[in-house]
Design a protein around this ligand. Structure first.
Ligand code: GDP
Length: 618
């Protein structure tokens, strides 16, 4: 047992908390970066000695003292590298491309010296009709009247607002559905929730829901008490109601700021913006603009002319035109990047929402993205992610690969899983088809939608389908020729529909076939054992006469002695004269060998039977 290395604590803990991704290409496998030894691949003692500038002998000696015998050429594992680094005053970090594929899970530990303040990202929530949309408009248009953007319709679902020289990013889709949908997909994009409460209405059902969502996500709330211009406005009532709903405002000794506004009259919008900046300052929101970008897809569509188009929120790093992106499981290039006013951007930093074209597929809202300097890196990571997601899907153990196939596959499992990929002309119809189909699931057949998105059917879909035994459904979209031949090659079934109910009917019909059938026993025939033959290798063969029906080879059987079933199993082989026979009919002699059973006697009856499906009429 070696002593614990001194200094920065437990090697293992250090390693885990340091799983970080150095996204910028680092050609060298090893480098010292701000006191951290960053490495990848195999490292020998000699190499480590050079990199750390520590004599080889010191390393060998130190490890020897720790009970680790190594030579100059030993390839060090992570534990040994960690021990040596800590001993000689370095932190350590394995830079591993393989880890990058799981970028959702990755915590990016940036060098603190590189972190710079970033704008807060704000989502507006509240009860219906309390003025969310009006407030979003009021914020967007405040101070804009004279500016060059006044009156230009905004293109993307998020925008930035500048006040006192500081920016605030607003996500434009109000309501907590979008917020929770994102969260459900593991994306947290919001730093601050502005909770709109109408001063004349007070805390209502969706106000409470919004509070719950914000609390669950651990996101601070700022309350905008709206409609202050209205006659019945009663901000005191609102404050008290909030108190009873776990939102404790400053006035009551809590830390939640409230701001009285009128979205309609654009009163005190600046006050609200300033409050946002105050909270943001307390949150000390920071990011490292000096790395390749990563963030979340806010929304995406398939543009007829430009192809897949996505609104991305950059959450860390800087995205430049020309960068390569991995989004979901596919990769692409930032061919064009623009802001909410369609202005083309060359570069965009943390907390900026941008519209990007150049992706190969339409991603889903909530998908994470990561940027890379080279196509090779992006490609490698995308393909690793694909592998991972396909193994994930494979784990669902579906064996159904074609609708016709369903019925014959029923016997194999308990609950049948029908994996489907849905591609539709719009995200909306993909979602609609998905929801209608998921409702068809019952105890016996589980419909598992592994992808539902907008856009044509691509090779990628075929690969995913192939790997996860899925059927592809196209709704108002078609595969191109290349995809078609790929599908043939991979034996992937593609079904195309134009009407939702036709698609649903088809699956329902197939599911009827998939319903677990009842089995009934069908007796094939009986044979009487007349003579026994002992074959040393095979066991005891019964020389039989078929006395009724037909004996089928490899069928199920039961052995009956004096009217009592003494064994149930399978016929291992059936011989007629000297040849193997598929079946032997009544009146003929045959030899029967039972599977794993030799204790047959003269006079026994061997009954051959099968289980056949009986479809219930329900
Ligand atoms: P949302 O459902 O929360 O997005 O609410 P809307 O923004 O659509 O507003 C609902 C109604 O309240 C609309 O008729 C708005 O004109 C009105 N409204 C919104 N804000 C104010 C306000 O500050 N004062 C008054 N008097 N009416 C408002």
């Amino acid at each position: 047992m070696g002593k614990k290395s001194k200094g920065k604590g437990n090697t293992q803990a250090g390693r885990e908390s340091n799983v970080s991704l150095s996204v910028k290409v680092d050609k060298a496998r090893m480098k010292i970066n701000g006191g951290v030894f960053v490495y990848s691949g195999d490292i020998s003692v000699t190499e480590l000695s050079k990199a750390l500038n520590v004599p080889v002998n010191d390393i060998i000696k130190y490890l020897f003292m720790q009970g680790k015998m190594i030579t100059i050429n030993t390839i060090l594992d992570d534990e040994l590298i960690g021990m040596v680094c800590l001993e000689f005053g370095y932190d350590f970090q394995r830079k591993n491309l393989v880890e990058a594929e799981n970028f959702e899970a990755l915590e990016i530990n940036d060098d603190p010296s590189k972190l710079k303040p970033r704008p807060p990202v704000v989502t507006i929530m509240g009860h219906v009709d309390h003025g969310k949309t009006t407030l979003i408009d009021a914020i967007r248009n405040s101070n804009l009247v004279d500016s060059e953007y006044g009156g230009i319709s905004q293109e993307i679902g998020a925008y930035q607002k500048e006040i006192n020289g500081q920016k605030i990013t607003f996500i434009d889709t109000p309501g907590h559905e979008a917020f929770t949908q994102m969260r459900a997909r593991g994306a947290s994009v919001t730093d601050i929730v502005v909770l709109v409460v109408a001063a004349d209405d007070g805390v209502m059902e969706q106000t409470k829901e919004a509070i719950d969502h914000a609390h669950a996500a651990n996101v601070p709330i700022i309350v905008a008490i709206n409609k202050m211009d209205k006659e019945g406005a009663n901000p005191k009532m609102v404050r008290e109601e909030l108190l009873t709903n776990d939102v404790i405002l400053e006035e009551y000794g809590g830390d939640v700021i409230s701001v009285e506004v009128s979205a309609k009259k654009k009163d005190n919008i600046d006050g609200l913006l300033e409050a946002i900046l105050t909270v943001a300052e307390m949150l000390e929101l920071k990011a490292n603009p000096d790395r390749y970008a990563l963030g979340t897809v806010l929304e995406a569509t398939l543009d007829k002319n430009e192809g897949p188009k996505a609104t991305l929120l950059i959450q860390n790093g800087t995205l430049n035109a020309g960068d390569y992106l991995v989004v979901g499981n596919s990769y692409g290039k930032v061919r064009r990047m623009s802001n909410e006013y369609r202005e083309v951007l060359e570069t965009a930093g943390p907390s900026t929402p941008v519209s990007v074209i150049g992706l190969t597929e339409v991603p889903l809202a909530g998908d994470r993205f990561m940027a890379f300097p080279t196509e090779a890196e992006a490609k490698e990571i995308a393909s690793k992610r694909k592998e991972n997601s396909t193994t994930r899907n494979k784990n669902l153990k579906s064996s159904v690969t074609s609708l016709e196939d369903l019925y014959s596959k029923i016997n194999e499992g308990e609950t049948q899983i029908l994996n489907l990929i849905i591609k539709a002309d719009t995200t909306g119809s993909a979602e609609a088809v998905k929801q209608s189909l998921e409702k068809l699931s019952n105890d016996q057949v589980k419909i598992n939608i592994i992808r539902a998105s907008s856009g044509g059917i691509t090779e990628n879909d075929v690969l995913l389908a192939s790997a996860s035994n899925a059927i592809i459904y196209g709704f108002n979209v078609r595969p191109d020729a290349v995809t078609r031949s790929k599908a043939e090659e991979e034996h992937v079934e593609i079904r195309l529909h134009k009407i939702i109910y036709a698609l649903i009917e088809e699956i329902e019909a197939a599911m009827k076939g998939m319903l677990k059938p009842e089995y009934v026993e069908k007796i094939n025939g009986q044979a009487e054992v007349r003579k026994l033959f002992k074959a040393s290798k095979l066991g005891t063969i019964g020389g039989c006469m078929v006395i009724d029906g037909t004996i089928l080879n490899h069928s199920l059987m039961r052995l009956i002695r004096d009217g009592v079933v003494i064994y149930e199993g399978k016929i291992e082989s059936l011989q007629r004269e000297k040849d193997a026979a598929k079946e032997v009919r009544k009146g003929f002699e045959c030899g029967i060998l039972l599977e794993n059973y030799n204790d047959i006697k003269e006079g026994d009856i061997i009954e051959s039977y099968s289980m056949v499906e009986k479809r219930s009429d329900e």
